[in-house]
Design a protein. Sequence first.
Length: 176
Amino acid sequence: MDSEKMFDASLYNITVRKGNFDGEVFFEAKVKELPDVAEYAETYEEAYLLAIDTIETTAEALAEQGKVMPAPILENDDFSGRVTLRMPKSMHAALSSWSESEDISLNQLLVNCLAFNLGEQFGVSRTIHSIKSSIGSLNQTDYMHLESQPRRTNKVVPIKPIVLNENVMENRYYGS
């Protein structure tokens, strides 16, 4: 089967929004997998079709150069966004105290911590993907050492003192 027939630009994540750009109202189409792509048109459909055309043109150009085209990011609808989390009581108390000091819910604190870590990892992955795309003509084994490895940090985060009762206060530190 021909590789052109197998390529489907519509699998890519395209967002189209209406906005004011340089004083004029246009529809802007962006492609999640190709962050440098932005197409502008007078209608939603035109902007979407321009993005599809740009994806196809980019795929052809990268193939001609022997480079790797980023794969579509497939969204998974199997997740509800709800997780039950078990942790030691002392960690729960420390995190609860921290969230109170920030004047946010414990849930929001945990989401913020996870988002920060995920953002850090995603940034590393995007950088590696960008490097791989620019070296696309090399054999994959030539740059496998660039793969993201789990990093262990030795950060110790002081947590506010926990009041165990009126006369006893305890400082807790968590780190890895």
